[in-house]
Design a protein. Structure first.
Length: 145
């Protein structure tokens, strides 16, 4: 369904001025599989920034009119045998301790809310990103294809 021009955000002066304020301000686009840091809306404010894996396609991540990306949060609270958690060793992430990806908590975040890691973190493999998709499918009650 195509929205009328005034409501689509495309050429309306109000929408364009809003989106002009939300720029990457010199920050590079995040890429699929990369670990970034963000304050998630579902976390308490005192939690601070947490590592997340970017899981959206790079076509979306690099698109100039896409202001958001899909991310899956990492946690160091590890519960074994949880089908929606993907265990990661420190060597896979570059983080100091083992962690797991919480596929059931995949979120949409603004690119501008992402903070690039200060140190060198690893990029999660495409195979691992696809494991996240499978775990999310499980969380939604949808069988694997």
């Amino acid at each position: 369904m195509k929205l009328p021009r005034g409501n689509s955000g495309g050429n309306s002066p109000r929408a364009s001025s809003h989106w002009n304020k939300i720029t990457l301000a010199g920050q590079r686009n995040p890429l699929r599989g990369e670990i970034w840091f963000v304050q998630l809306a579902t976390d308490p404010p005192e939690k601070g920034l947490r590592p997340v894996v970017v899981v959206s396609l790079d076509d979306r991540n690099k698109h100039p009119r896409a202001y958001t990306v899909l991310v899956a949060p990492l946690t160091t609270t590890i519960h074994k045998n949880v089908p929606t958690h993907i265990l990661l060793a420190p060597g896979e992430t570059g983080l100091n301790e083992a962690s797991c990806i919480r596929a059931e908590d995949v979120s949409v975040v603004l690119k501008t809310s992402l903070r690039e890691p200060k140190g060198k973190l690893r990029t999660i493999s495409n195979t691992k990103v696809c494991e996240i998709a499978d775990a999310l499918r499980f969380a939604m009650g949808c069988p694997r294809r």
